[in-house]
Design a protein around this ligand. Structure first.
Ligand SMILES: NC(=O)c1ccc[n+]([C@@H]2O[C@H](COP(=O)([O-])OP(=O)(O)OC[C@H]3O[C@@H](n4cnc5c(N)ncnc54)[C@H](OP(=O)(O)O)[C@@H]3O)[C@@H](O)[C@H]2O)c1
Length: 279
């Protein structure tokens, strides 16, 4: 199997390229190919002739998307369309990484793959519109929705909490947004399995279990053995430019239908912290 990964220099892209055997995978960052440039994308896809293209490249700054919607749509929707058209032109399968932000967060039970999209933020709209365009262009594509990524090689929530915990006696963290933290190493493993199983359609892939950001932060601080107090606050008290879904737990049913199970987020966090401590 030959695989081309766009977004290989990102939080997810790094472990994805690391876990895939080197003779199968080619990883590209934005300096290799800006996905907004259809000719460059086409050139690289023609050169590589992949069986699978994994599109993990995106403008992922959720608040940045809110203030710069032109860039957000150009990369996340139009760039995805460029990659999809190139995939179709060489007969490659496409896997597109999408997000829990396509949902409005009003449910109180896990989101199923068939639940209606109703994004509340610009970032969520870019992903929702990309999903729709990609399914029109290439009904055979695989859309993997994930959430709350953490891992080494980039900015992530556990690192931020640990840095703050080292310098402050108390931290305020929102307790009214619930979702599924996901370790990039585990997600990379699931993506590789999905490609090998020739997956198609929409799949939800996150670590098992759910929590609020407050619960996540408390577990991070506890696992690190820090004395910092973690205090629950509301979203309203921590105003951000982009609205976040209050509830964005993704059901694992679609992943389980491929015989793939991901470990609990607590187990994932413990492995991440262990690895971080060894560095
Ligand atoms: N992070 C999360 O919590 C989260 C949650 C749900 C879904 N997702 C989705 O999962 C995927 C991976 O996310 P991530 O956290 O790994 O992202 P990330 O760390 O921000 O990495 C983004 C990647 O996209 C590349 N990129 C950005 N703009 C580009 C452009 N115009 N042309 C080509 N490449 C470009 C970056 O390349 P450079 O390094 O060269 O700039 C980098 O490799 C994304 O689709 C994201 O939307 C993420």
């Amino acid at each position: 199997m030959r695989v081309l990964v766009f977004g290989a220099s990102g939080l997810l892209g790094k472990p994805l390229v690391r876990q895939w055997p080197v003779d199968e995978v080619t990883g590209l960052g934005s300096q290799d190919a800006d996905i907004r440039d259809p000719r460059r994308v086409q050139e690289l896809v023609q050169q590589n002739r992949p069986d699978w293209i994994v599109l993990a490249a995106a403008y992922t700054d959720v608040d940045g998307c809110e203030t710069n919607p032109e860039l957000a749509f150009a990369v996340n929707r139009d760039g995805a369309v460029n990659v999809s058209e190139s995939a179709v032109s060489v007969g490659a399968r496409l896997m597109f990484l999408s997000s829990d932000y396509v949902f409005d967060g009003k449910k109180t039970t896990p989101y199923q793959t068939g639940d209606g999209r109703n994004p509340q933020s610009v970032y969520g709209r870019t992903k929702a519109e990309a999903e729709i365009r990609l399914l029109e262009l290439n009904p055979d594509c695989c859309i993997v929705r994930t959430s709350w990524l953490f891992g080494s090689g980039g900015k992530c929530f556990p690192d931020t909490i640990l840095k703050l915990a080292a310098s402050r006696p108390a931290l305020d963290v929102v307790d009214d947004q619930r979702g599924c933290p996901t370790y990039t190493e585990d997600l990379a493993g699931a993506i590789i399995q999905l490609c090998r199983k020739n997956a198609g359609g929409i799949v939800h892939a996150t670590n098992a279990g759910d929590c609020t950001w407050f619960e996540f932060a408390k577990y991070i601080v506890g696992t690190a053995g820090a004395n910092t107090e973690v205090r629950p606050v509301s979203t309203q008290q921590m105003a951000r430019p982009a609205p976040r879904p209050a509830y964005s737990v993704l059901s694992p049913a679609s992943l389980h239908s491929y015989g793939i199970e991901m470990p609990s987020w607590r187990n994932a966090l413990e492995r991440y912290m262990q690895r971080r401590a060894e560095k």
